[in-house]
Write a protein that binds this ligand. Structure first.
Ligand code: HEC
Ligand code: HEC
Length: 477
């Protein structure tokens, strides 16, 4: 059967073109879209730490580019040691930090997952290895430093294909085709996309840095996800623990200000926030994440405990703290006037933004309960499970240790260094003063905007014996 009534040479040409087209199409699919499942994870914790939740398709960095960037631009990182200088939790033997996923979608890509902000690192002493607690607050992770690094790197004139390709050649041997793909497509496209991201709003002079362990979550949502105009607010927030989500019963509120009412919604919005596209296995991924986080227990206090003293402390707790932290008020918003902590995080979100966020998520075809479309008036009375591992304290991380939280606000440390991970079992928190903390940490000035350590003065006038008993009890939660 003939394809058409035309000369033989044309038929042959057509067939050749068709074949070439098919080969080209297959190559394009293979090189850009072919999804290779990650190797199976040994257990749920490994999946939480390294498992893709789908961010690679939209926001994945080409792996080799990710790998050589710190070698090319060490001066744009906060210190020596490559990405490690960003305080990312990093286990020996892994080529990415915890919370960075590696997956092949056409080409190997690196993306982020929840664990980058929700993994705690602590050490027993400066010389010991870190212990990682999945779903704990990522108090060492410098997200702003990461954004700044990417931004400075892509705007550096040395960010060009020649430099990057010769750096890549030092670490791997790519095929001829892959070299062309990197040179002519991946490098320029990545540069273009990163240049388009607007980070200017987080660089205004009246805003102190987020520092490790914090980001400006509601403004990230407003400016990156909702494209709302910059509104002058600044609401840096401490990364919370996200274990044991089963504790949140219907009608309770999540997020520091109670902006969302069900765990599933926070999980979905967080995923969309790190640019996961709601596609194919999105529902399954979110379902898995929710189940894992619902059932994951808070970590046990790993140092010595005085159980007799803790039992005395429980009585102090019941008298002074339980009314908010172990009662029908727990998991519900307490009016700001009753707590008097810093108000900037509260002011960084509003009803209009909540309505818009719900609309944007609906438009993506995702069905969820949504953010609370109300004016919020306070901060949620936290569950205190695993509180020993959640330092520094309060929504803006302005109080270094539990001991400091039980000290009248005027006498709490006015300046301290956050992000150093050696644990202090006496004050209960991380070490935030002294040469090591200063070298490894970020200076938190409580007089700077949104950094205030005021308020929550409950228990600050208790006698010393009661305070130390209370602290002993808090370690057991
Ligand atoms: C860039 C850092 C970052 C990433 C990545 C991130 N989170 Fe969070 N998460 C935060 C911060 C900061 C808050 C506190 C928000 C606020 O101010 O209320 C938070 C709050 C939460 C809460 C509310 C906790 C509570 O008790 O109120 C949950 C649940 C949560 N995140 C889950 C996730 C999940 C699941 C992912 C991954 C899909 C994720 N987060 C990714 C930084 C992050
Ligand atoms: C009137 C209600 C109320 C009482 C009483 C109260 N708290 Fe709180 N607590 C809160 C609220 C609300 C927050 C969140 C405030 C913020 O972050 O700005 C909070 C935060 C905390 C945090 C920090 C949680 C974190 O993840 O950073 C700790 C620790 C804490 N409270 C311990 C105590 C102890 C100990 C007592 C008793 C001495 C106590 N609270 C009494 C309402 C209360």
């Amino acid at each position: 059967m003939s394809i058409c009534k035309c000369p033989r040479w044309l038929k042959i040409t057509l067939v050749v073109l068709l074949v070439l087209g098919a080969v080209g199409g297959f190559t394009a699919w293979y090189k850009f879209f072919r999804e290779v499942p990650q190797p199976a994870f040994a257990n749920a914790e490994e999946r939480f730490k390294y498992g893709s939740i789908g961010g690679e398709n939209e926001a994945g960095l080409p792996y080799w580019l990710y790998l050589v960037l710190p070698r090319l631009f060490p001066e744009h990182l906060p210190g020596p040691g490559g990405y490690a200088s960003l305080g990312l939790p990093w286990e020996p033997g892994h080529d990415t930090p915890i919370g960075f996923t590696k997956k092949t979608v056409g080409f190997p890509r690196v993306s982020q997952t929840c664990a980058v902000c929700h993994t705690t690192s602590y050490r027993v002493s400066h010389d010991s290895n870190p212990v990682f607690i999945p779903a704990g607050p990522g108090h060492t992770t410098d997200i702003q430093g990461f954004f700044r690094f990417l931004k400075k790197a892509v705007n550096d004139p040395r960010f060009n294909a020649d430099n990057i390709m010769s750096e890549i050649a030092m670490v791997t041997k790519l095929s001829w085709l892959d070299r062309q793909i990197y040179r002519f497509l991946l490098i320029p496209i990545t540069q273009q996309r990163l240049k388009e991201q607007n980070f200017d709003w987080m660089e205004r002079p009246h805003m102190p840095g987020w520092g490790p362990g914090r980001d400006d979550p509601m403004n990230l949502t407003k400016y990156f996800m909702l494209n709302m105009p910059e509104d002058g607010t600044y609401g840096p927030a401490d990364m919370p623990s996200i274990w044991n989500l089963d504790k949140y019963k219907p009608g309770m509120a999540l997020n520091w200000d109670g902006a969302t009412s069900v765990p599933r919604s926070v999980i979905i919005d967080s995923a969309l926030g790190i640019m996961v596209k709601p596609q194919r296995d999105f529902k399954e991924q979110m379902h898995w994440m929710e189940n894992y986080l619902r059932k994951l227990p808070a970590p046990k206090y790993p140092f010595a405990l005085d159980t007799a003293r803790a039992a005395v402390g429980k009585q102090v707790f019941d008298r002074h703290c339980a009314s908010c932290h172990a009662s029908e008020r727990t998991g519900h918003s307490v009016p700001l006037a009753e707590i008097s902590t810093d108000d900037e995080r509260l002011n960084s979100w509003n009803k209009e933004a909540a309505i818009k966020a719900n609309q944007v998520v609906r438009d993506k075809g995702v069905i969820r309960d949504g953010m609370v479309e109300q004016t919020l008036t306070g901060y949620v009375a936290q569950f205190l499970d695993g509180i020993w591992a959640r330092a520094p304290y309060l929504h803006n991380g302005a109080v270094p240790t539990l001991r400091d939280l039980l000290t009248p606000p005027a006498q709490r440390p006015a300046v301290f260094w956050r992000g150093y991970d050696v644990y202090d079992p006496v004050q209960v928190g991380f070490i935030t003063q002294g040469p090591q903390a200063e070298r490894n940490g970020y200076r938190h000035d409580t007089n700077a905007r949104a950094n205030s350590n005021r308020g929550h003065d409950f228990g600050t006038r208790l006698p010393e014996t009661e305070k130390s008993a209370l602290i002993e009890y808090l370690k057991t939660l």
